[in-house]
Design a protein around this ligand. Structure first.
Ligand code: 5GP
Ligand code: ZN
Length: 123
């Protein structure tokens, strides 16, 4: 897609810090991180927004979400349990859709935000 920032990142026309790549997906560091870990997981194929997805997108959406725990573990923010069984660590996965959803870049992306708090954006 011409003039799509994330398609240009996929094509390596714009540099990014890539943390994962396969035939279908690219994951890279957000340029303005909200937390110690802030990654974006995107499909290599251009999809503008989650709002345009339907059942045909189930495989790519599943791959994007399934990648999150692997990346979280690699970046030190997986959920773990202390000796008392209390959960610790963790991260947030988020897809913003449309202006009211806070979407700024119209190429589907999953935010993975985590690491020790405080974060720049709470919630
Ligand atoms: P949105 O608000 O659309 O859900 O999120 C877009 C995200 O893309 C923002 O968190 C923003 O910081 C990130 N972003 C915007 N431009 C670039 C860029 O050129 N490189 C990288 N790595 N991230 C970007
Ligand atoms: Zn695109």
């Amino acid at each position: 897609m011409d003039n799509c920032l994330f398609c240009k990142i996929v094509a390596k026309q714009i540099p990014s810090t890539v943390v994962y790549e396969d035939d279908d997906l690219l994951a890279f560091k957000d340029i303005h991180p909200h937390a110690p870990v802030h990654l974006l997981v995107i499909p290599k194929v251009h999809v503008s927004t989650l709002s345009e997805c339907d059942a045909s997108h189930t495989p790519i959406l599943g791959k994007m979400l399934a990648l999150a725990p692997k990346l979280a573990a690699e970046h030190g923010c997986a959920v773990s349990y202390d000796a008392d069984g209390k959960p610790q660590g963790g991260y947030k996965t988020l897809i913003n859709s449309g202006p009211d959803g806070g979407q700024e870049v119209y190429h589907l992306h999953l935010h993975l935000v985590g690491g020790p708090r405080p974060w720049r954006v709470q919630g």
